[in-house]
Structures are given as structure tokens and as C-alpha cells.
Design a protein around this ligand. Structure first.
Ligand code: ZN
Length: 267
């Protein structure tokens, strides 16, 4: 989460400290239906059977402690929040890590979006599970996967990003490439009427504060992360109202609650 110069195995055995983070799924109420940003973790991911590769199994058991119940499936979590899984029309994946793409079986009717390079990694890598991408749980029969195609844009609200994918075709949900965490990592700008825009950034960082001070995590491509951080920082400088939310940010729920619809109209 905070980065380290220590070798990976040394860190796992001698230097590790535990932090507790949420695994958020974001729900957008769009006129054409519910749109999700990420689909969360499959509770089965806490079991050994989910990780047939012995090396990955070992790392999963030494890096993560899961506080996930069987009723934390995507469909159940949506119901608790007052939504129905059947009403989800699309799900945009920030990347394909298991704790972000684990709910697709609950929304078979939805279009599932992923960046082209993330998809290529999934289908071509000899051991995607060693990057915590589980091919057998993503390539679910019948799943309606779609590739995000980025087009050039000069939309001033997206600057300094120069390409984007307009997911719903109305400019409300604009996906931009933010490489660095995992191949194919993207962020999504959510533009709402009479409310501050929200930039959902997945695992680009674990909190906005870490991103603003250029503190990278111990995983990913540091140079690529810093280039993506600079773009997000510029976007925020261009629009100080922008709400930047990381998937595992412990303050994500409070941040979104504080940026409700109507806030801009009132200010
Ligand atoms: Zn991740």
C-alpha cells in the first residue's frame, strides 16, 4: 500500500504490517440502467480451491487475510444496497484482479467492459493467476465481454487525457487509460447533473492523499504509476471540485456521501 524497497519475500516474512481496506463496487444509476465500476470479490476466492496454482496459493495465504462472507457475493451486496442484479446493464472493470472482477456470474445480462491490453494479458499470459488474474473465473461461459476502445478527445474536462471511451454514448461515463497498477488499468470519470464529477481510479492508488504526494504502492510499474498520477493531479487542478475515489480507499463511502447530487447547484 505504501511501497517498500525491500525484496518481496523478505517483506512477506519480516516486514509486513496489516492494513484493513474495503473492496468497493461502485453503482451508477444511469437512465439506461445500473452501471457498475468493478464487480467485487467472489467469496470463493477465500478458499484454497479457487487458487489451483501452488505458488499463487502460497502468496494469497501470506499476503491477504479475508473478511468476506458467503453472502458478500455481488448480487447479495446489491440487494442489501437496494438494487437488483437484473437491473445492471453494464460493468466497467478498472482491471481484472480477482477482487475487482469476481461478480460477473451474478450479472449474466450485463455488458462487461475491459481494456484491450488487459484482455490480451488475460488470454495470452501463461500464468495470469500469478498476477492475481484468474482466467477460469473471468472467462465464464455466456459472459458478455466487450473491449474498451479509446478514441482521441479534446474534451477540456478530460484534459490532460487525450483519449477516452464514452461507455454509454452520452458523455456521462468516460473511461481513460491510467496504466501502472496492472496491464489494462483504467479510470472512469462520472459526470452527474448538478453534482461534482467523480473520478473512479480503481487501484491506481489506495487513497487520493498517497496519489497527490506521489507515493506509489509496492506493486505495479512505478514509472507508469507516476505518469498516471501526474495526469490525475492535472485533472484535479483543472477542476478542484473533482472527487477522486480509489477502490480500496477507507474513506470512499464518506467521500461520495459528501459529494451528493445538488451540492454544485447549492454552491
Ligand atoms: Zn488490483
Amino acid at each position: 500500500m505504501y511501497g517498500t524497497r525491500k525484496p518481496g519475500l523478505w517483506w512477506v516474512f519480516r516486514s509486513k504490517e496489516w492494513v484493513t481496506v474495503p473492496m468497493n463496487v461502485f453503482v451508477i444509476e444511469h437512465d439506461d440502467g445500473l452501471v457498475l465500476f468493478d464487480t467485487g470479490i467472489d467469496p470463493a476466492a477465500t478458499t484454497r480451491a479457487y487458487w489451483p496454482d501452488a505458488v499463487t496459493n502460497w502468496f494469497v495465504r501470506h499476503i491477504f487475510r479475508f473478511d468476506v462472507d458467503p453472502e458478500d457475493r455481488l448480487g447479495d451486496a446489491l440487494r442489501r444496497a437496494g438494487y437488483r442484479a437484473e437491473d445492471v446493464t453494464a460493468a466497467v472493470h478498472s482491471h481484472l484482479h480477482f477482487d475487482h472482477a469476481g461478480g460477473i456470474a451474478d450479472i449474466p445480462q450485463a455488458d462487461l467492459f475491459v481494456a484491450r491490453d488487459g484482455w490480451d494479458f488475460l488470454v495470452r499470459s501463461s500464468h495470469p493467476e500469478r498476477e492475481y488474474v484468474t482466467r477460469q473465473h473471468v472467462l465464464v461461459p455466456g459472459a458478455r465481454w466487450r473491449l474498451l476502445d479509446f478514441s482521441p478527445t479534446d474534451d477540456p474536462e478530460l484534459a490532460p487525457f487525450t483519449e477516452a471511451c464514452d461507455v454509454m454514448g452520452d458523455g456521462s461515463l468516460m473511461v481513460v487509460p491510467t496504466p501502472g497498477h496492472l496491464v489494462g488499468s483504467v479510470s472512469m470519470l462520472v459526470r452527474r447533473a448538478a453534482a461534482p464529477p467523480v473520478l473512479l481510479i480503481g487501484d491506481l492508488t489506495y487513497s487520493e492523499e498517497l496519489l497527490l504526494r506521489n507515493q506509489t504502492a509496492g506493486t505495479g510499474d512505478k514509472e507508469a504509476l507516476l505518469q498516471s498520477y501526474a495526469k490525475v493531479q492535472t485533472m484535479k487542478a483543472n477542476n478542484p471540485d473533482l472527487v477522486v475515489v480509489a477502490s480500496h480507499d477507507t474513506t470512499a463511502v464518506d467521500k461520495l456521501a459528501a459529494a451528493r447530487i445538488g451540492d454544485l447547484a447549492a454552491s
